[in-house]
Design a protein around this ligand. Structure first.
Ligand code: XMP
Length: 520
């Protein structure tokens, strides 16, 4: 449960793809919020949560159909401010006695909102009579307002693009203020949650740090905690936070599977053991992993072997740590949000998250998940607050199976070694060009293809190295990064000159979809 003394906002989810962005904008305004499925918000649960306001998300349904989602009636009788977005606006209108119709003028993408009237919703956001870019995605539109409402903004395809009932503090917008394509959307959320709802902007990572430490101490008491440290941002931040709370009663287990990038294992060990002085078990298990992977070329088989071996090694080490009662994980909020099923089926499915699988028989550990209220950007901010180096916090995501999925086909120590050298040069050049932070993920791939080349006076017959760099916000979709040609040329020349075994470099320009970010 979240801490009790922060004002909070409740977001009811109608299944939009971008509901999480609403929560992120609200939190950026310094206000704690949670996302609940629209049909998992009975009155007593909402009472207990005690929100200062409610936001109704967008969603794929049409309120003009029967049996489509509706907000619980109590949402409109609590005396709380309500903001409906897209589908949320339409259901608000339909439920309060207005009308919504399927329009033959559908609006998708960029649109312009004409602010027609001043409203507290627009305070500090847009001036009266301004024309502002917004993002629309709708087929239905409001055609008659419920009593008490007036229009405060219009767009070409939506005459009721922004509506308000100031007396009841009910608002609706047809556009999506949560997406970046509505440039001032963040201010609109701030105006709603801070101005209209009157929520205090006290959700900061400095406050979270102090409260999380108290909560960990209460939960763990005098117990001992084990944490699987991967070197990624989430487990690293969880480790430092736990260590601050319980000191040496935390032991981190770092399973080094031999599939890390150059220097990475040493960096993790020196940072956590050396700098932070956190008890750390460094399990050097490369031989075991590579032995199991020997000759295996099927990508899924490789993943399964790595996953199973990881659990085996972790469990064996965990069992050696006497008296531990708790297992800490770096689970984040997106992993625990209950999601709305828009395809029928059970209306609520809860995603579960398991970084560490089974534990040995007889070992019953209680989970501690100190980051489960946070989004990734909040975890990074908390990491900075805890003094983790920027270089560490800003690291690109790295997959659990590591370099094994960047060597398509069978993996060997030699191939990994070659790949590491190429990858190091590539990342070095990216950093030197100041592009590291502009890219979501960048890495080299060692292809199982050999091609002919001329090196000096002789022919070579060596491997091809593919370079990948993408931009993305969540890893679900991605675009290739448009490096300048001279940059790519420089990296290719360095790799071919400096890495024995590679004589050709190619750049991957596939987006996701249809491609994936990794090659396996
Ligand atoms: P794909 O290749 O599916 O990758 O487009 C999306 C994101 O997920 C990472 N990824 C993985 N992470 N175990 C992980 O922990 C995996 O098996 C795995 N496969 C892909 C990938 O690096 C990217 O950030």
């Amino acid at each position: 449960m979240p801490t009790h003394h922060h004002d909070r906002i409740l977001i009811l989810d109608f299944g939009s793809q971008v509901t999480q962005l609403i929560a992120r904008r609200v939190r950026e305004a310094g206000v704690y919020c949670e996302i609940w499925p629209f049909d998992a918000a009975p009155s007593d649960r909402v009472d207990a949560f005690g929100p200062k306001g409610i936001i109704l998300s967008g969603g794929p349904a049409s309120v003009t159909d029967t049996h489509t989602p509706r907000a619980p009636d109590h949402v409109f009788t609590r005396g709380l401010p309500v903001l409906g977005i897209c589908y949320g606006q339409q259901t608000l209108v339909a439920q309060l006695g207005g009308a919504v119709e399927t329009s033959d003028h559908r609006e998708f993408g960029r649109a312009y909102l004409d602010v027609t009237e001043a409203s507290p919703l627009f305070d500090g956001v847009w001036a009266a009579s301004a024309r502002e870019q917004v993002w629309m995605s709708h087929g239905d539109r409001v055609t008659r307002l419920p009593e008490g409402f007036r229009v405060i903004g219009t767009s070409e395809g939506a005459p009721f693009a922004a509506i308000a009932d100031e007396a009841r503090r009910f608002y609706g917008v047809q556009f999506h203020p949560e997406v970046v394509h509505t440039p001032h959307g963040d201010r609109l959320f701030r105006s709603f949650v801070r101005g209209i709802c009157g929520a205090a902007g006290d959700w900061t990572m400095a406050a979270f740090r102090a409260e999380a430490i108290d909560k960990i101490r209460t939960r763990v008491g005098a117990g001992k905690v084990i944490l699987g440290l991967s070197g990624g941002v989430d487990s690293s931040v969880a480790a430092v936070l736990l260590h601050e709370a319980i000191g040496d009663r935390l032991t981190c287990i770092f399973v080094d599977h031999g599939l890390m990038r150059a220097g990475e294992a040493e960096e993790v060990v020196s940072l956590f053991r050396g700098h932070y002085n956190i008890p750390l078990v460094h399990v050097e298990a490369a031989e075991r992993f590579l032995g199991r992977l020997d000759g295996v070329d099927d990508p899924e088989a490789k993943r399964k072997i790595i996953g199973a071996t990881f659990i085996e090694v972790f469990d064996a080490e965990a069992a050696k740590i006497g008296g531990a009662e708790f297992l800490a994980q770096g689970t984040l909020y997106p992993d625990v949000i209950e999601s709305v099923s828009v395809t029928g089926g059970p209306s609520v499915t809860i995603k579960s998250h398991h970084n560490v699988g089974g534990l040995p028989d007889g070992m019953t550990l209680t989970l501690v998940e100190p980051l489960r209220e946070l989004f990734k950007d909040e975890v990074r901010a908390l990491g900075r607050e805890l003094g983790l180096p920027d270089r560490f916090i800003g690291r690109h995501p790295f997959p659990g199976p590591g370099l094994a999925i960047r060597v398509p086909g069978a993996v060997s120590a030699d191939k990994l070694d070659t790949l590491r050298k190429a990858d190091t040069i590539y990342l070095e050049e990216i950093r030197r060009a100041g592009l590291y932070d502009a890219v979501w993920q960048a890495f080299a791939v060692l292809l199982p293809v050999r091609t002919v080349g001329v090196m000096g006076d002789s022919r070579s017959y060596d491997h091809v190295c593919a370079l990948r760099a993408v931009t993305s916000t969540d890893g679900m979709t991605a675009d290739y990064y448009p490096f300048p040609h001279d940059f790519l040329g420089r990296v290719a020349t360095r790799i071919i000159n400096e890495v024995r075994g590679i004589n050709r470099v190619v750049y991957d320009i596939t987006s996701k979809p249809p491609g994936t970010i990794e090659w396996e």
